[in-house]
Write a protein that binds this ligand. Structure first.
Ligand code: ADP
Ligand code: MG
Length: 398
């Protein structure tokens, strides 16, 4: 898992091409509504610029243009914002390949170049070798700092590594370090909190973590299929009937492995899914009611197990946290995790990360992963093509 990073390679007078995640939200006037992803890339960008490279060429996708040039998905607003943040002019190009691009890069005196949206070409997601080679021909060294797309073998994440020495940026390096340690070499006890909408999304994750975890706390929408598997009444709560058998198997495998599985034992239930519905806390869910959050007893049980943890991995909110009335369980779990100073606390999963942000608790965690799908696949134990393709530390290709 040890991959070369920008710190392991000489960048002086080199042309560096870096895959970043500038897939930022834009409003109708094409203003950036949240520039967090651009801000997050700054440390690697600034480090590279400090090494006196010949050029730093940045590339990203934005939205889903599906292989066509779409004006509303150009990276022009990103180029402007980046110019402001860096305090130095960024040369934004209107294409990402071809002679014009090469000429513009060669003739410009600007150090930082931003290519146009990679997904204006179908070849990007198809990992087309000729397209990857074109991108590679712009530079001497490739850096990947886009964890959110590392689980996809695209031309800018995998194909390009066939042609250039390839290293990780700081953002990607931090993801590899924290997620890698949690999955492959966790400080024990490892406690996993699982939630979210569906069991079916998380089966591979549970299977993989059963091999490593000391305890798994299950809340959220996925808990009810497990509870049903134990013969409990779940009323109208979320159920995946075709996954009851799988849930049974996972529960018996946990028993075999000595993994402590803690399921929801009390529930915040409603008789109608909207804010004005009547709500109550119960130990058993009556027919006609739906559970949308874990109750106070479950929260205390979760905290008790968490208090013993040296490593915590959290994937999936334990309730419908988007609606304030059903956010209390997720909030309490997040607040408690933020107080654990002796444990490494890791959040993987787009909605779980959004929950931590909603409660302003980012500073309380060791690591909040920036990739939803990518972190899920990492935690499933899969090798991510964008990471696997980077040069290993002992390799002497560079
Ligand atoms: P992540 O992105 O962190 O992996 P998921 O995408 O698996 O998380 O799930 C997030 C969704 O799960 C949230 O939109 C949340 O509203 C939903 N959810 C959580 N608890 C419940 C529940 N009890 N019933 C229905 N949906 C739930
Ligand atoms: Mg999600």
């Amino acid at each position: 898992m040890k991959k070369l990073t920008v710190k392991d390679i000489d960048l002086k007078n080199k042309k560096v091409i870096m895959r970043v995640d500038f897939n930022v939200p834009l409003d109708e006037q094409l203003n950036i509504t949240d520039d967090m992803r651009i801000q997050a890339a700054l440390p690697t960008i600034q480090y590279i610029l400090g090494q006196s490279p010949a050029k730093l060429i940045l590339m990203s996708h934005l939205g889903r243009p599906k292989g066509k040039s779409v004006d509303s998905m150009r990276l022009t607003p990103v180029g402007k914002r980046l110019t402001e943040l860096l305090g130095q002019k960024v040369l934004k190009l209107d294409d990402c390949k071809g002679d014009e691009v090469k000429k513009a890069i060669a003739e410009s005196s600007e150090k930082v170049v931003l290519l146009e949206n990679l997904r204006f070409y179908n070849e990007e997601e198809a990992n087309d070798p000729a397209f990857a080679k074109e991108l590679a021909s712009l530079a001497d060294i490739y850096v990947n700092d886009a964890f959110g797309t590392a689980h996809r073998a695209h031309a800018s994440t995998e194909g390009i590594t066939q042609y250039l020495p390839s290293v990780a940026g700081f953002l990607l390096g931090k993801e590899i370090e924290y997620l890698g340690k949690a999955v492959y070499n966790p400080e024990k006890p490892l406690v996993v909190i699982l939630g979210g909408a569906k069991v079916s999304d998380k089966i591979l994750l549970v299977e993989n973590l059963l091999e490593k975890a000391d305890a798994i706390l299950i809340g959220g929408g996925m808990a009810y299929t497990f509870l049903k598997a134990q013969g409990k009444n779940i009323g109208n709560s979320k159920l995946e009937a075709d996954k009851i058998d799988t849930a049974k198997k996972l529960l018996s495998k946990a028993k075999e492995k000595g993994v402590n599985i803690v399921l929801t034992t009390d529930f915040l239930i409603v008789d109608d899914f909207n804010n004005k519905a009547s709500r109550k806390i119960v130990d058993e869910i009556p027919d006609g009611w739906e559970s949308l959050d874990i109750g106070p007893k479950t929260r205390e049980q979760f905290k008790k197990v968490l208090s013993t943890a040296k490593t915590v991995v959290w994937n999936g909110p334990v309730g419908v946290f988007e609606i304030d009335e059903y956010a209390e369980g997720t909030k309490e779990v997040a607040q408690y995790l933020a107080t654990l100073k002796d444990a490494t606390t890791i959040v993987g999963g787009g909605d779980s990360a959004a929950a931590v942000k909603k409660f302003n608790l980012e500073d309380g965690f060791s690591h909040i992963s920036t990739g939803g799908g990518a972190s899920l696949e990492f935690l499933e134990g899969k090798e991510l093509p964008g990471i696997a393709a980077l040069n290993d530390k002992q390799e002497s290709k560079v």
